[in-house]
Design a protein around this ligand. Structure first.
Ligand SMILES: Cc1cc2nc3c(=O)[nH]c(=O)nc-3n(C[C@H](O)[C@H](O)[C@H](O)COP(=O)(O)OP(=O)(O)OC[C@H]3O[C@@H](n4cnc5c(N)ncnc54)[C@H](O)[C@@H]3O)c2cc1C
Ligand SMILES: NC(=O)c1ccc[n+]([C@@H]2O[C@H](COP(=O)([O-])OP(=O)(O)OC[C@H]3O[C@@H](n4cnc5c(N)ncnc54)[C@H](OP(=O)(O)O)[C@@H]3O)[C@@H](O)[C@H]2O)c1
Length: 370
């Protein structure tokens, strides 16, 4: 169950102090060391609200150093002592920090609720909070065939922090953005009242569908890892159209996709089946992990197709892997080593070398995250 902080001092805690800064008044940023004006990297007007909502990560895991900094802006001596106690590097203070702050993934706003006399300056927050970092999403749309549209596939990051339900910052916002459309309100009905999302396109260099149509393409992407491959399929369809149809010597394009349940979780089922029907995809291999008595993963399908895949790869095929980097990509790598070993004289060491060379030549490319 959640661990609560030490009881507040008596008399009961006063309501929050007024902020030490005005959220929407224009401000100027200067470098602390020199006093020189800082380039805000954002168009004016520059306000405290914008600093806190776009430059620093208010949802980042709290560090003891931040609590130490907050203590010096805390008027009530008992609250200040509690913050100093929680910011200790070791001993009971450290244990209390882990249990109360870290394990519950406490946010700054929740911490400040517990210490109502703490009124940090904007400078304190800007210096102590980590910068807000961009989250990357693979495009499911193909820029060549859909230049005016970008689409992504994402799964909402959710976890239990010592009994407290937590969600990822970006995916929870994306979830709120798409909720009205998913509820049937129609696309575009969703943006009113939502903070704007800043997007930047980062072109892929090596994770792109080969232009050489005689090169086999093997795509492995369970779950949301399938995202870029939908763009690959569109791109390959456009490549075929550009040469007047699929050439007789076109090499196969295969997709290995896995999800928990065929009925609920099969993303892009219609698009995949259409690609098989029109001949863009030569093979679609699925692994539904929770529909049978035991788990079936994409690497099990790779093992079943071992001889065929080894031939395609040694004939110059490209292997693309996308999705979970913590477990899936490693297990898929091991499956590739196993299936290539027979063509390397039975040696897994040589199969590893073969894959290393493929990687250097951008024929084995991973787009993975954990
Ligand atoms: C090249 C690349 C491509 C990507 N493509 C996609 C894509 O197409 N689709 C997609 O959905 N994602 C993709 N990602 C992942 C994506 O960028 C984000 O990391 C992910 O969506 C989570 O963002 P968030 O802001 O919702 O979560 P955050 O707020 O960043 O939360 C993640 C944090 O939550 C905490 N956390 C999460 N789970 C737990 C747990 N079980 N226990 C404790 N703490 C936990 C950790 O502190 C973790 O750092 C990609 C990543 C990369 C690098
Ligand atoms: N119905 C739901 O609530 C639901 C459904 C899907 C996703 N999600 C959430 O979304 C998150 C990410 O979703 P996602 O669709 O990208 O992926 P995901 O559903 O977590 O995984 C996709 C597929 O990969 C399998 N997998 C797990 N470990 C693997 C490994 N080592 N090698 C190969 N395959 C492996 C999964 O099987 P297993 O999970 O069965 O092991 C699943 O079949 C999940 O963590 C989850 O929180 C929720």
């Amino acid at each position: 169950s959640p661990i609560i902080p030490p009881p507040p001092p008596a008399p009961p805690a006063p309501p929050h102090q007024s902020p030490t800064f005005s959220p929407d008044a224009p401000i100027t940023l200067t470098y602390a060391a020199t006093g020189a004006p800082a380039d805000p990297l954002l168009p004016p007007p520059f306000t405290a609200r914008r600093v806190l909502s776009t430059l620093v990560d208010l949802s980042a895991p709290l560090k003891p150093g931040l609590l130490r900094a907050l203590a010096s802006y805390t008027a009530d001596p008992t609250e200040r002592a509690a913050l100093e106690f929680l910011s200790a590097k070791k001993g009971p203070g450290r244990d209390a920090f882990v249990a109360f702050v870290a394990d519950q993934a406490l946010h700054l706003a929740e911490l400040l609720e517990c210490f109502p006399s703490c009124a940090p300056t904007l400078g304190c927050l800007a210096a102590a909070l980590p910068p807000l970092t961009a989250r990357f999403y693979s495009l499911t749309s193909c820029p060549a065939t859909s230049p005016d549209k970008v689409s992504v596939a994402f799964s909402v990051v959710e976890w239990d922090a010592a009994g407290v339900g937590r969600k990822g910052l970006c995916t929870s916002q994306l979830e709120a953005l798409v909720a009205p459309a998913l509820a049937g309100a129609g696309a575009g009905s969703n943006v009113a009242g939502m903070p704007p999302l800043s997007l930047t396109l980062k072109p892929a260099t090596d994770f792109t569908v080969p232009t050489d149509l005689t090169r086999p393409v093997i795509m492995i992407g369970p779950g949301t890892g399938v995202a870029p491959f939908m763009g690959f399929i569109d791109a390959r369809r456009a490549q075929y159209a550009a040469v007047g149809g699929k050439p007789a010597d076109a090499a196969p394009m295969r997709l290995y996709f896995g999800c928990r349940h065929e009925a609920q979780d099969w993303l892009y089922r219609e698009e995949m089946e259409a690609a098989v029907a029109d001949g863009t995809l030569d093979a679609l291999r699925t692994a539904f992990s929770r529909d049978g008595p035991s788990k079936v993963y994409v690497q099990h399908r790779l093992a079943e197709d071992a001889a065929e895949l080894a031939t395609l790869i040694t004939e110059g095929g490209c292997v693309f892997v996308c999705g979970d980097g913590m477990h899936m990509a490693k297990d898929v790598h091991a499956a590739l080593v196993d299936l290539l070993a027979p063509t390397c004289g039975g040696s897994k060491v040589l199969a590893e070398d073969f894959l290393r060379t493929m990687r250097e030549n951008e024929r084995y490319v991973q787009d993975i995250w954990s």
